[in-house]
Ligand binder design. Structure first.
Ligand code: ADP
Length: 163
């Protein structure tokens, strides 16, 4: 049985990420969602918050039987630790391609035993990103079509404390 790992910042998880989880689960019955602790971008939520929010959002979406983990450092080390065979990533409109191609080839150079597997998102999520969701929410916009309700609540709470 192939084991896959879906890494990301998930700051926070959106319906686009959840769409990828649903697609990946069909091919990989054992799937880890791996929240990176130290990405090279500034984040709204702490690693603990992102893990909790991700877990709650997946339960709310009716997705069970996968593990949400966190990791620091290189993805391939985390993949090795969990016995993964594949790295799952999502592709939106063509803006993702170059970065994902670079990451996949770098990971292959570092550890050729892992295959990177890409799932194309649903059309309706192809322009959705965590950054857009945060921006809309920050200015009081309705994000209920972009994220599960538990994520919306977490966002509103966090943004209130930031003001
Ligand atoms: P990272 O910082 O690693 O890019 P993200 O949380 O932004 O972390 O994204 C994790 C993965 O999910 C990436 O492969 C990204 O392309 C994908 N992704 C993000 N948003 C969407 C979306 N709306 N639809 C499909 N895939 C997405």
């Amino acid at each position: 049985m192939a084991i896959a790992i879906y890494p990301g910042s998930f700051d926070p998880i959106t319906n686009g990420h959840i769409d990828i989880v649903r697609r990946a689960k069909k091919l990989f019955p054992k799937l880890y969602v791996a929240v990176v602790a130290n990405p090279h971008k500034s984040l709204l939520f702490t690693i603990e918050e992102r893990v909790e929010i991700t877990k709650a959002a997946l339960v709310e979406a009716g997705i069970n039987g996968l593990e949400v983990i966190s990791y620091n450092g290189l993805l391939i080390d985390c993949a090795k630790k969990h016995g993964a065979d594949a790295i799952v990533r999502g592709l939106r409109a063509n803006s993702d391609f170059e970065y994902e191609f670079q990451m996949a080839l770098t990971n292959r150079d570092l550890a050729s035993e892992f295959e990177s597997v890409f799932f194309m998102t649903a059309k309706k999520f192809s322009f959705l990103s965590s950054s857009i969701v945060k921006e809309v929410c920050m200015y009081g916009g309705n994000v209920s079509t972009f994220v599960p309700q538990s994520v919306e609540i977490a966002l509103q709470k966090k943004l209130r404390t930031k003001k």
